[in-house]
Design a protein around this ligand. Structure first.
Ligand code: 2P0
Length: 333
């Protein structure tokens, strides 16, 4: 059977960096994110005798299914789903991102959320949203959060089997429609060190790892409270400080993970100057050189004007709170 799903990227306000179980993709800490209304993945899957073998076409290109990367990622995920469904048929996957893949824009989050949702339908797994977020997590940790729209918490969970490590919606996209992320693209090439390898290396080598873990619970509590009360200053300041703590862990990993480029730093400095001058905005960054500026809708035009006047202006995409994953009739084949 054929099914298609659409999912959107999410950007964390309190970051996920480090696992307590690599195999089951269980995080060392909880995280909170905003699902965006852009940065969309559309995925169509088909299973059954018409698909001669597992196949992946991503952004119009057939991806090699005999590579180590495919075996360790998509193929492993399909294997889990086959096991769950008790079936052996091959799966054809065609997926399209409307934004650059692998450049620190959460393409694995929207990608695995869409894939999990489409497979749930195609194989009649009958998973509810919580169970779907657990399945998406097995593909990529951050995908668990893209199952829901708006502000979402991925609870760490305690159990070894991961059955209590899933996403919980904190507030849907209509709760705070004026919240904005102005995404500044400074370099859209695929990053050299992927998050999975980078975070494993941080856990193993960063002397700041323990400090990071000790800070996270307070940041989660502040952002939960800030979202519930629409306290932008609290959410923004906590998110900016949390991102810097994560990057301190990244930079002190051995070998060091430095995802920033000169244009990244230019924007970080600008955001701080603008804020000191009374324009309230904050930044966050992920495992890549893009900067996401947090603001409220009435100041985003001014921020975009100022970004365009920087010596090396970035490409800019503005995003609002968006919806969670959903099935669609728009099949890609
Ligand atoms: C986050 N990141 O919370 C953090 C911030 C990157 C920096 O979640 O190994 O691609 O597949 O679970 O989900 C990126 O990590 O890693 C990520 P895996 P994933 O958004």
């Amino acid at each position: 059977m054929k099914a298609s799903a659409v999912a959107r990227a999410n950007i964390a306000l309190v970051k996920y960096w480090g696992k307590r179980d690599e195999e089951r993709i269980l995080p060392a800490n909880g995280s909170i994110s905003l699902t965006l209304d852009g940065f969309t993945t559309l995925t169509t899957v088909e299973t059954g005798p018409r698909a001669p073998r597992d196949e992946l076409i991503l952004d119009g290109k057939a991806r090699g299914t005999d590579t180590r990367e495919f075996r360790e990622t998509v193929s492993r995920f399909i294997g889990l789903v086959r096991h769950e469904a008790g079936m052996l048929d091959p799966v054809k996957i065609v997926s399209r991102n409307d934004f650059p893949t692998g450049a620190g824009l959460a393409s694995s989050a929207s990608g695995y959320a869409a894939l999990a949702c489409a497979l749930n339908e195609a194989l009649a797994l009958g998973l509810d949203a919580r169970e779907l977020s657990i399945l998406a997590r097995r593909g990529s940790g951050s995908a668990t959060r893209s199952v829901f729209g708006g502000f979402v918490e991925w609870v760490r969970g305690e159990r070894g089997d991961g059955s209590d490590s899933h996403a919980v919606p904190l507030a849907g996209p209509d709760h705070w429609p004026a919240f904005r992320m102005v995404v500044c693209l400074t370099d859209t090439q695929e990053k050299k060190v992927k998050s999975r390898a980078g975070m494993a290396s941080s856990v193993a080598t960063s002397p700041f790892w323990g400090g990071w873990l000790r800070c996270v619970e307070a940041d989660l509590e502040a952002v939960r409270h800030g979202v519930a009360s629409r306290d932008f200053s609290l959410v923004g300041a906590t998110a900016e400080a949390n991102a810097l703590k994560m990057h301190a862990v990244m930079m002190t990993t051995s070998p060091s993970l430095l995802y920033w480029n000169p244009r990244t730093v230019q924007i970080l400095q600008a955001v701080r100057e603008w804020r000191e001058g009374g324009l309230e905005c904050y930044f966050t960054m992920d495992a890549g050189p893009q900067v996401k500026i947090l603001c409220i809708e009435d100041v985003s035009p001014e921020i975009r004007t100022r970004l365009s006047r920087l010596p090396h202006p970035p490409d800019v995409v503005e995003a609002s709170p968006g919806e969670g994953v959903a099935l669609t009739e728009k099949h890609l084949f």
